[in-house]
Design a protein around this ligand. Structure first.
Ligand code: AMP
Length: 281
């Protein structure tokens, strides 16, 4: 596996690797890799000739009081894991080489970026869209892989690509979970033992909600209320729990079309997100 630190080096290496019309798959990450990330890489390996993984903790998507400084960084270990998964290229830019010191241009989706996670993390999604756009132009992949764990993010990226007619297929990969249902996340390492024990209640609440919906309950307010109670009883503090249209990402009053439940909850000081898709009956 080759390692590139600059866009120029990445383009040079990719120029050689993609000769002969080979397809490139890109997996953007912030590192501290776990089985969730590696599943994306394996999916890319299965679908594409050349697999590029980026590891970059993107300052633009962190708020001033968020965990940018303390976010886990361990590139040496990440590189070993990626090598074992068969990645061809690891792109690890520094902030200084990747961003102009006076970077200004941002990608925005004014309709949706302020909803749900975006309401509590102002600027987060424009930061994420901007870095993904930069990575897309750097690697020019035919395919790019994103986890459904970050459902709103994957939706916004697919929308950006569609709105701007970029020739990139967005592949959304199902969430990888621990045995107890907790979605794998680099931030799970922040959880103290008590919070770690309570956190699987998020998944349990979503699964019960879906069962109730499948059994005939369509009223969003009632479905959401029950799920919030389950999380609170386990010691979680729900930041938001919304049932929204898969198509428009706008809130629904009744589950009358394909929907997704989006949730963020704090266990201790750690903010966790998860979701579950609902089909209309
Ligand atoms: P991150 O490093 O957290 O920015 O995540 C990089 C990519 O991995 C994003 O597309 C995430 O949605 C995806 N990802 C993170 N955790 C999981 C998981 N548990 N299952 C599937 N994909 C994941």
């Amino acid at each position: 596996m080759k390692r590139c630190k600059t866009v120029e080096a990445l383009r040079r290496e990719l120029g050689k690797l993609r000769a002969g019309g080979k397809t490139v798959g890109l997996v953007p990450t912030m590192g501290a890799l776990h089985e969730g990330h590696l599943t994306l890489v394996r999916e890319a390996r299965a679908k594409c000739d050349v697999v590029v993984v980026s590891v970059f903790v993107n300052p633009l998507q962190f708020g001033p009081n968020e965990d940018f400084e303390s976010y886990p960084r361990r590139v040496a270990q990440d590189a070993k894991l990626l090598e074992a998964c068969g990645a061809d290229l690891l792109f690890v830019p520094t902030t200084e080489t990747f961003y102009n010191p006076d970077h200004q241009t941002m990608i925005v989706n004014p309709a949706v970026q302020g909803l749900y996670c975006g309401k509590y993390r102002p600027g987060h999604f424009s930061g994420a869209l901007t870095v993904v756009a930069k990575l897309f132009f750097a690697a020019q992949p035919e395919f790019a892989f994103f986890g459904k764990k970050d459902w709103q993010q994957a939706w916004l990226i697919a929308k950006m690509v569609s709105d701007l007619n970029w020739p990139i297929r967005i592949v959304k990969v199902p969430t990888v979970r621990g045995k107890d249902g907790l979605a794998l996340s680099s931030r799970n390492e922040y959880l103290d033992p008590k919070s770690r024990a309570g956190a699987p209640a998020i998944r349990a609440a979503l699964v019960s909600l879906k069962k109730a919906q499948v059994s005939g309950e369509r009223n969003v307010a009632r479905l959401a209320e029950e799920a919030k109670k389950t999380i609170s009883r386990a010691g979680g503090r729900v930041q938001y729990l919304e049932i929204v249209s898969q198509k428009s990402l706008l809130p629904l009053k009744s589950v009358s079309e394909p929907a997704v439940v989006l949730v963020a909850a704090f266990f201790g000081k750690t903010r966790l997100i998860d979701n579950i898709e609902l089909s209309a009956r």
